[in-house]
Ligand binder design. Sequence first.
Ligand code: GTP
Ligand code: SPV
Ligand code: MN
Length: 602
Amino acid sequence: MITMSMTEAGDGSGCMLESIANLHLRMWIVQMAAMCRPDRVVLCQGGAAERSELFRQGVEAGVFIPLNPDKLPHCYLHRSNPDDVARSESSTFICTPARAIAGPSNNWIESKIAYTQLRGLFNHCMAGRTMYVLPFVMGPVGSRLSRVGVQLTDSLYVAASMDIMTRMGDVALKVLADTPEFTRCMHSVGDCSPERRYICHFPLDNTVWSFGSGYGGNALLGKKCMGLRLASYQGFQEGWMAEHMLISGVREPNGQKSYITAAFPSACGKTNFAMLIPPESYRQKGWQVTTVGDDIAWLWVDPKSGKLRAINPETGYFGVLSGTSEMTNPIAMQTISNNTIYTNVALLPDGDVWWEGKTAVPPPTAIDWQGNAWTPDSGRKAAHPNSRFTAPMHNNPILDPSVDDPEGVPVTAIIFGGRRAATIPIIYQTFNWSYGVYAGASLGSETTAAATGKVGVVRRDPMAMLPFIGYNIGDYLVHWFRMRGKMSDPPRIYHVNWFRRDERGNFIWPGFGENIRILEWILKRSHGKAYAVETLLGWMPRPDDINLEGLKLDTQAFLDAQRVDADALKAELLAEEELFLKLAGELPKEMIFMRELLISRL
Ligand code: GTP
Ligand code: SPV
Ligand code: MN
């Protein structure tokens, strides 16, 4: 960590800048500092000593509350501004010279106008504050897809979080060398007011300017902004893909190891699926799941093998706490046992933390996520429903050994899934790549607390990417269809729904670790070793093809959960119009063909 005081030197000639060899970066920092006028500029170089120092400063500033060092070593609580607890999709913009590049699914501002407005907001916004310079690499060092970003921010919380989530510090300056090719990520929390919040992406300039929020996806600019919105546009231009997908490894009892990716919308189960612990009976047989990533996959086709390969560009998890427990996700519980930031959870008298779902019995007293005294009968939640952890992936006891491999992992199957109380079965396989892309593109899911707005409304969320496609959604879908042409052995594509409910409103499928039973069929199908029956929607397992042994769910109940009601499916096809109409002229013709085929089967 190198600090430069701007109040004394002020001419930008301090020792901090001299330690940055890259002149493009130096010049950019000087320009941005001249606009924001911080009192100090601090270059983060990475490493354990610097991490301790960031937290020490954060505790001093009241940004972090240290937690019980015996129960949760090196863990901290952060309380965000109560108006700043989730991604703000209405404040998120794609800024390009012409509306057509952003397409019909994004908020758009003409780029020159956006820069002008933003300069007004950023002007002198860091007076009295420190500007942290955070160079980072997304992706394993040496990978063909890895890229460097540099975030400037006035938030200590963001600096400490980026240190966990990315390969941050000197390593990035080394990879950058003297090229001008890095993503310029400009960030200030401003005054955190939602009216003055703008998360603006400039795909043509490889730039993000984010103002007015300190929350995860709005503020950790390597993640959704660079890792998905800008990367998806770069992938479109360069022939690869950036997707909202987990990546995991599965070893079968015969020793065969395969990798799968899965796209579920925000707060629909990616982290849980990526950290899946199979039930005892499966573990005894030798089933084992390992985590490569839990949120973002960058994918390309290896020209030699014709296979799709994936890397996880991140090094940490920004995961949902609500509902996370020793019962549902013991791997996450272990991962967050040390060196973790807890955001918007309840604080217990002994310096431990709590959130709804952590234990069946709530604690008798706590301080809630906003800092007020709380008891179980105070009539409100102790933790925010979108309370989150920021934890290093190397804490994960089932981390896949290839996470740092620049060559990534080969992908055998792609799974799409949403949160659907009705209509959609637990599992089906799509007939081919094109129909699989159609199934992903027409994915519907109930909205969650991960984004501000109403919760529980079904919306179309193509590939779980609706909020994250950084360019025209029509081009994005065409890109998906075209990727097939590069592959000689494409992954098989499946659709799952862990969230179907019975007439009493209970989840039918037990979910979590038991999802391995579905994964077993998926892998067998992908390797040509399992049967299926053809249905309207796709291929489905016969009742005997899914192992239900040891579950409360019997064969009939499973069949009920798999049932596709023709009327409900017709209504579903109508609901898809929401997306189709919006897309209008941009809709790829393959989408129309696939939909017509489905209608004719109906
Ligand atoms: P983001 O980080 O927002 O992208 O979310 P995510 O997709 O990683 O979702 P996550 O795994 O954090 O799960 C979100 C919520 O869904 C949690 O409350 C989980 O407990 C719940 N959940 C996850 N998997 C299952 C499942 O198989 N069945 C049921 N019923 N709930 C699940
Ligand atoms: C999501 O909302 O999909 C998340 C959390 O993973 S955030 O980083 O805020 O995007
Ligand atoms: Mn996510």
